[in-house]
Design a protein around this ligand. Sequence first.
Ligand code: DAK
Length: 258
Amino acid sequence: MAEYTSILVEREEKVGIVTLNRPRELNALNFQLVNELADALEEFDRDEAIGCIILTGSGEKAFAAGADIKEMADKSPIDMMLGGFESWGRIRKIHTPMIAAVNGYALGGGCELAMHCDIILASENARFGQPEILIGVIPGAGGTQRLARTLGKYRTMEIVLTGSPINAKELESLGLVNHVVPQGELMNEARKLANKIAGQAPIAVRMAKEAVLSAFETSLEEGLDLERKNFFLLFATEDMREGMRAFIEKRQAHFQGK
Ligand code: DAK
């Protein structure tokens, strides 16, 4: 593992854990942090032993309070364009399933980062929002698109146009948060879920993630084609033979990622 200054990186058997670690700034996402995050996620993604990644924030107050406003305040459009935002694209391309364990504020880029993950768990005190409008800009890392695709037009408009935060329970009922849990249990619940995913057949997991994500990026026809091709391809894996044999023999399957 490389040395990082703005994140903490741990591995627990098949699960990688990345903690955003600028608690005094409520884990505000400066360029260095997002670059380090992309590096760490790619490193886990290349590691065949890692089957799921948990992303969380340090401290009790925030997952991440957004991009670092102090760092952005004097930038020009060209600075912003050339200034390192490509790391967000790298995070979007991670194949390993990612669970956001949202332990407080997830605002602006923090909310968008949680939405880059595949499953969102939140503590009871978590608050999500896209407050960019309050500082004269709009979401820039997918907030308008991912919220609209999950919540629909009208709720998204209110969130983006008012900047008002929403609590985790409401987002659970709207389908953006998978589960709300007491703060003290958040990481344990995230670990349980991550271990469950990491115990499945790795190639099937990867193909399943790719297929679900394609629902947001392609037409239904193209998405169905991709799903079917991935389904057929899995019949080339040893894990598929093992999974089906284990079912027939009434025993636990042992997947090898082959
Ligand atoms: N940036 C920098 N510092 C921040 C920060 C942020 N986003 N959020 C909090 N901090 C700092 C505060 O300045 C304060 O530092 P000191 O003053 O003590 O030095 C410290 O963290 C504690 O914050 P507060 O004193 O404000 O704490 P409170 O409990 O009173 O309030 C709060 C908590 C979360 C409600 C408040 O801090 C807040 O409103 N923060 C700003 C939230 C925000 O507006 N976030 C959106 C930022 S814009 C893109 C990718 C990403 C983005 C855009 C494009 N591309 C790929 C193109 C993302 C943009 C954004 O996120």
